[in-house]
Design a protein around this ligand. Structure first.
Ligand SMILES: C[S@@+](CC[C@H](N)C(=O)[O-])C[C@H]1O[C@@H](n2cnc3c(N)ncnc32)[C@H](O)[C@@H]1O
Length: 235
């Protein structure tokens, strides 16, 4: 008998479809205020020491949806910049009924972000990922990070720290997962370390998947989802 193989490309479409479907009602309720807030964050650029790229509106909703679907309590982000993704994760978890703690650092910038309504957003301005993770580890020993968003380039010691601080079922989101951009490089560092061996790579959602859910533009966010969090259901 031949095994029924499921290519990652097909699985990726199914995973993003499931995640976006879960948030469809929220999209109707939230779209105006959510995308207005994301656009308004652009004004923080005037305070930037290093004025760089942020993420697309479609990426904001993808990150919102990942946070809303998995409902993590402890979140770490590398690459705060103007805070679109940090605040997307804040809104996504709040809408899931979770009061999350989000730790986010930026090596080159230090803008103060608007505070989310309920969850705690802890910024590490002008600090590298290595110094944020070391500070977190010195403050508390029993971290159970459930969602990691990488929108900066990991440094040498970061994978070891993240491995020690993460829950077994941690979900990882990698921005700029294309070519030899930072998402692909971070993915290689993680794979080379042997960490998250049993997690499945979910490619960024294709444009036609985004369009089906009313999202324009592109999203380059890939996910590493533990296989233990993936289950077949009858519906
Ligand atoms: C693409 S921007 C992040 C965009 C942000 N997520 C948003 O929603 O606006 C990348 C930022 O990550 C920062 N960065 C890159 N590598 C880093 C690292 N290892 N530690 C801390 N910050 C880092 C850069 O300084 C830059 O400001």
């Amino acid at each position: 008998m031949r095994t029924l193989t499921l290519p990652t490309r097909i699985l990726s479409e199914a995973v993003w479809t499931r995640i976006f479907e879960h948030c469809e009602l929220r999209f109707e309720q939230r779209r105006k205020s959510f995308f207005t807030q994301m656009a308004e964050l652009d004004s923080l650029r005037t305070q930037a020491d290093y004025d760089t790229g942020s993420v697309s509106a479609a990426t904001c909703w993808a990150i919102y949806s990942v946070a809303n679907y998995f409902a993590p309590q402890e979140i770490v982000e590398v690459g705060t910049f103007i805070g679109r993704t940090a605040l997307s994760m804040a809104q996504g978890t709040e809408d899931a009924g979770v009061i999350a703690e989000i730790h986010t650092c930026d090596a080159s910038n230090g803008m103060e972000l608007p505070q989310p309504l309920k969850c705690s957003l802890i910024q590490y301005p002008r600090q590298t990922s290595t110094s944020m993770l070391e500070k977190m580890r010195s403050d508390k020993h029993d971290w159970q990070i459930e969602l990691i968003h990488l929108d900066g380039r990991l440094q040498d010691r970061d994978v070891d720290s993240l491995k020690l601080m993460s829950a077994l079922n941690v979900v990882l989101a990698l921005d700029d997962f294309e070519g030899i951009e930072k998402g692909a490089l971070n993915y290689s560092s993680i794979r080379a370390s042997g960490w998250l061996k049993s997690s499945v790579l979910i490619y960024p959602p294709e444009r036609r998947v985004l369009e089906r859910f009313g999202l324009q533009g592109t999203c380059t966010t890939a996910l590493l989802v533990p296989s233990s969090l993936i289950a077949l259901t009858n519906q």
